[in-house]
Design a protein around this ligand. Structure first.
Ligand code: ACO
Length: 321
């Protein structure tokens, strides 16, 4: 046995609220279609003076404060993102600079699209095992409004900006999060070309294909995590699914007969924030006092790559030094 538990969470979202009516001023769409097909009412977008780094720092500071962990105690800082402010230095190194993390902290960015936070959690669990320091900062942060095609009504309604963070602690007597991760290389159904490639660096997506992929990937991850942990669905206190489409979340809840109070959704407020989506949910659950030490949270993500992942995450009070 050995693994990580979450000891603090935080979020940072831009101030600007973009409504469905705002988007209907740009493309041929309407409130009824967006809400019924996606569940999204509003999303947050960065505006002048805001950066994704400022949201990231707000989330990370809140998570550290809640955990009662000092920056110099952090051994790893991973930022899951496909939209860093800069390619180099990494967002994680900028967090290190701004928060004053120690020079022996391992800091880097990771891109697994919407599954990035889960890939980062698993990587952190592996890294902390051999690290002298036992606390890690795991962040998901996205500036998706920057890579949104504002002429494409099938995608521009979906995406929002923001950052969520978790401080995790590794201990010999904590169980592993039992991460189930996988990829299926596909550059057709969901892609964002790189900058200066001669093609606009904007999101293009065959939504129906991704939808069908998600409907299969989510139960695969739930079943596999439950099997590895020898648990049944009713043993889980909360289910946190990537906030991509309310219909995908509701289909999963129905399949496992999960009562509504065990499935938290904030897609209505933030839209799809890719790697930030899962930590935004975790932070809101904790802020609202709905998660307690010992609670088991089954987390599932899926997205571009294609990528998918699931894990069983527990919360704990931090261990006093
Ligand atoms: N307003 C009004 N009508 C629209 C809009 C809109 N914004 N967008 C599409 N339509 C129309 C289409 O043109 C189509 O019309 P037609 O039948 O006359 O051709 C009709 O609505 C149905 O279009 P679909 O694309 O089939 O709509 P669907 O119900 O599949 O919803 C959506 C589209 C919301 C994108 C859905 O497919 C979806 O959520 N897919 C999954 C996305 C996802 O999970 N992404 C995760 C990864 S994101 C990442 O990694 C960055």
């Amino acid at each position: 046995m050995s693994g990580i538990k979450i000891v603090g969470t935080g979020l940072g979202v831009p101030n600007r609220v973009v409504t469905n009516a705002d988007i209907a001023n740009l493309v041929d769409t309407n409130e009824g279609w967006i809400v019924s097909r996606t569940g999204i009412s509003t999303r947050r977008h960065l505006s002048a003076g805001e950066t994704i780094l400022s949201c990231t720092l707000q989330a990370a500071r809140a998570a550290l404060a809640q955990a009662g962990v000092r920056p110099e105690e952090i051994g790893t800082c991973l930022v899951a993102t496909l939209t860093p402010d800069m390619l180099v230095p990494s967002a994680a190194c900028m967090v290190q600079k701004e928060l004053g993390l120690a020079h022996d902290a391992v800091c880097f960015d990771l891109n697994a699209a919407c599954t990035g936070f889960l890939f980062a959690l698993h990587t952190t669990e592996c890294l902390l095992k051999s690290s002298r320091k036992k606390f890690g900062l795991v962040i998901g942060a996205e500036n998706l409004s920057r890579i949104t095609d504002w002429a494409d009504r099938s995608t521009c309604i979906l995406f929002g900006d923001g950052a969520g963070a978790a401080v995790v602690e590794w201990r010999e007597d904590f169980p592993s999060i039992e991460a189930v991760l996988g990829c299926h290389g596909d550059d057709r159904v969901l892609r964002v070309p790189g900058v200066e490639t001669g093609v606009r660096s904007l999101i293009s997506m065959e939504g129906t294909h991704v939808f069908k992929f998600a409907i299969q990937a989510v139960p695969y991850c739930v079943d596999e995590v439950l099997r590895r942990c020898s648990l049944a669905p009713e043993d889980v206190d909360f289910f946190v699914f990537h906030q991509a489409n309310e219909r995908i979340i509701d289909a999963a809840a129905k399949r496992y007969n999960i009562p509504p109070e065990k499935v938290y959704k904030n897609i209505q407020n933030y839209g799809n924030t890719s790697a930030a989506s899962i930590p935004l949910v975790l932070a809101e659950l904790q802020t609202q006092g709905r998660i307690h030490p010992g609670d088991r949270v089954l987390v599932v993500g899926f997205g571009g790559g294609l990528t998918w992942g699931g894990a069983l995450v527990e919360f704990a009070e931090r261990t006093p030094l």
